[in-house]
Design a protein around this ligand. Sequence first.
Ligand code: CMC
Length: 430
Amino acid sequence: MGSDSLTIVDNRTGQKYEIPIVDGTIRAIDLRAIKKDKEDFGLLTYDPALLNTATARSAITFLDGEKGILRYRGYPIEQLAAHSTFMETAYLLIFGQLPTATQLEKWEWDISHHTLLHTNAQKLIESFRHSAHPMSVFIGAISALGSLYPDARDTACVECRLLQAQRIIAKVATIGAFTYRLNQGWPMNYPDDELGYVGNYLRMMFRMTEHKYVPNPVLERAINVLFILHADHEQNCSTSTMRVIGSSQADPYSALAGAAAALYGPLHGGANEAVLLMLEQIGSVRNVPGFIDKVKKGEAKLMGFGHRVYKNFDPRGQIIKKMAHEVFEVTGASPLQDIALELERIALHDDYFVSRKLYPNVDFYSGLIYQAMNLPTNIFTVMFAIPRSVGWIAQWMEMMREDDLKIVRPRQIYVGEGARDYVPIESRKA
Ligand code: CMC
């Protein structure tokens, strides 16, 4: 075998094996040939939390965590944030190329004509308690959409897949806005297809009694940028969930509900909410050193810091940080901004954080912007789920095109009891 291979010597048997290396990886299944004896099952890899396992070949998002590089379909995130719109970026993620003007116009038309929500889905949303967490409502409503579009179960049909993608991208904004209106106890605003995707979303969120809602252009642009930054992030926890559920050929609404549930957790998309709760709990700049001490003693976590992949900086965080000033000029600064800046200042110089390569991530700053826009903390993760739905569906469509798509089914190392006989209840010892 050529030099792009790995030679393994099994010291249990003295046997030598050559395993091909392709794209910097070996196939875990090739290790199965390594056996102690004929009866042996073969070698497995043990990788809880999948720290060093590639689970997909994907052409959607490139990420280099050491260098802080993030690209969608080859385009740097900084350029997309500066020049693109969320709708254009969504097209790019789904189809692989930037659209022509005609393609973009058709795409925007297609999406805007799927924004209306079936009344049963709306009734379902309204049946939740007003204080329900918006992510619980979001997950429930997405999952219910599967029941309204039975054609979605035909996952082999290419046209149906695109139709579901358009429905999902359109309806997550409506569902997201409805979860907010439910929380506030306000009537739902129906979509207005004269506005763009983000303008319409802002209208569904914030229109009160005015006849014509006109979105503030600075805030509309800021949400466009935030949505672009959140649209995809390769094989993270929620995207992997989308792929795992999708691999069983479940409909994409069910898979997406699962992905959204994974996002909800505070270590993933729920971190933006957790950051704000942490800042509120710290309460004032003078309490920051005490909080940092608690983190260093392992009694608290600095939410919005650290990332499994980024080990120098999160490029999304840097873009948001710059943009925050433009938003604050319109809205006024977040009351928690000073605490956030002081936390950041200390953490970026303190050896505990520097040695562990803990830097502010996307969620550290996004919450400050949402708070300045007067959004309640519990809606923040929905603001993440809406744009990430594009990434989830793009990844699902890519996976469904694979020739040898197999159901995901990991292995385990069994560490329980050996075989033993059933003991009748009267003979069991306490
Ligand atoms: N505050 C304090 N210590 C931390 C933090 C933190 N936020 N994150 C990691 N550490 C420490 C951790 O205790 C460990 O220390 P030691 O080596 O002494 O045991 C070390 O840093 C390595 O951490 P890890 O847990 O092995 O890192 P991970 O890659 O498994 O976890 C993470 C990544 C994002 C879950 C974690 O950094 C974290 O919990 N951060 C806070 C939650 C957060 O902001 N999540 C949003 C991520 S960005 C949005 C998204 O894409 O989801």
